[in-house]
Write a protein that binds this ligand. Structure first.
Ligand code: MG
Length: 159
């Protein structure tokens, strides 16, 4: 029997006018973007936390503190690469990842395939092992009022 580990991750960022919006490594045209020390890619941050969580390696804030100049404006794909390297160094591989974005606007569906194509090689898996789903919150709460975007991620690791 293969050794398996599961991990989950969550992240939320506030939205502000005039900032670039990057989700799942894909730049999405929108009037607002995520307020963050990094590029604010909430989806990749949730994914990083899920990977770290699966191996009880702490969280993204611990590994990439937002007080560090090294991470100011950083492309979150670089953070994901470092986290996946930690997973591989520990002797594990990614089996699959399933993510859900919560955003009232913009429409995420047109970008889902591009996100999966961006994330899959970073995880070292095929696109069929990377799921990105999106939902609104039916205009309820801070996400529904377009004050922020949040994301959940679950990953399975094997060795
Ligand atoms: Mg974050």
């Amino acid at each position: 029997m293969t050794d398996l580990r599961i991990g989950n991750g969550y992240d939320i960022h506030a939205l502000a006018e005039g900032l670039p919006l990057v989700l799942g490594g894909v730049k999405i045209p929108h009037t607002k973007g995520c307020v963050a020390h990094s590029d604010g890619d909430v989806l990749l941050h949730a994914l990083c936390d899920a990977l770290l969580g699966a191996l009880a390696l702490g969280d993204i804030g611990q590994h990439f503190p937002d007080t560090s100049e090294a991470y100011r404006g950083i492309d979150s794909r670089r953070l994901l690469e470092q986290v996946v390297a930690m997973v591989h160094e520990a002797g594990w591989y990614v089996v699959n990842a399933d993510m859900t974005l919560l955003a009232q606007k913009p429409k995420i569906a047109p970008y889902v395939v591009q996100m999966r194509e961006t994330i899959a090689p970073l995880l070292g898996v095929g696109i069929d092992c990377v799921s990105v789903k999106a939902t609104t919150t039916e205009k309820l709460g801070p996400i529904g009022r377009e004050e922020g975007i949040s994301a959940y991620a679950v990953v399975l690791l094997g060795r």
